[in-house]
Ligand binder design. Sequence first.
Ligand SMILES: Cc1ncc(COP(=O)(O)OP(=O)(O)O)c(N)n1
Ligand SMILES: Cc1nc(C(=O)O)sc1CCOP(=O)(O)O
Ligand SMILES: [Mg+2]
Length: 210
Amino acid sequence: MSQRGLYAITDSTLLADGKLLPYVEAAISGGARWLQYRDKSGDAVKRLEEAGQLAALCRKHGCELIINDDLALAAELGVGLHLGQEDGSLREARQQLGPDALIGATCHASLQLAEQALEDGAGHIAFGRFFTSQTKPGGPSADVPLLRAARARFSVPIVAIGGITLDNAAPLLDAGADYLAVINGLFGEKSAEDVRHRALAFSQFFTCHG
Ligand SMILES: Cc1ncc(COP(=O)(O)OP(=O)(O)O)c(N)n1
Ligand SMILES: Cc1nc(C(=O)O)sc1CCOP(=O)(O)O
Ligand SMILES: [Mg+2]
């Protein structure tokens, strides 16, 4: 499978009221390659149930599941993990999840953080936020020259995140991003069918750009 594509990230507000599974299935059927379960509720029972359902869905459709923040949950399900700078040890995660697990790290706009993350066991690196994000408005910002510099320096998959839409994504792909991580620009739609169309349009972008 090619190491590029749409990286869909769930959001408990946008995907409330029974939308989680149908909207995620629509995103995958529209071509999303990676899916991140991002849930900040702290409700362990709900998180295990939802992540288990997403794991089954991803297995069925050949999509990679990545859990945000929670090594124990990723280990329990045997799936990937994304860690931010305050979310625990990448070394411990790599040790527990094994050499083949997808492990990503937030690197904001710093090549040095990326260098360190890779040394500590990350397999891919995420930079952002590139644009104003409704989901996470306050984070540090990254720009296209940073992405170009990262592309020149690292051969691992590079993820771009933060306020990405169909209208602003092209320069990120041109600068060398392998994955576009999207929440609102994908799941902020009125129906599952609209999400599928949006995912298809993002997926076609990768064909047009590189
Ligand atoms: C692909 C990807 N990139 C960055 C983040 C942000 O991680 P973090 O800084 O830990 O913030 P939270 O998402 O935990 O609020 C991410 N989740 N995914
Ligand atoms: C979870 C997250 N992390 C970011 C970072 O910059 O590290 S931006 C972000 C939110 C992404 O959602 P949307 O596509 O709705 O902007
Ligand atoms: Mg985090």
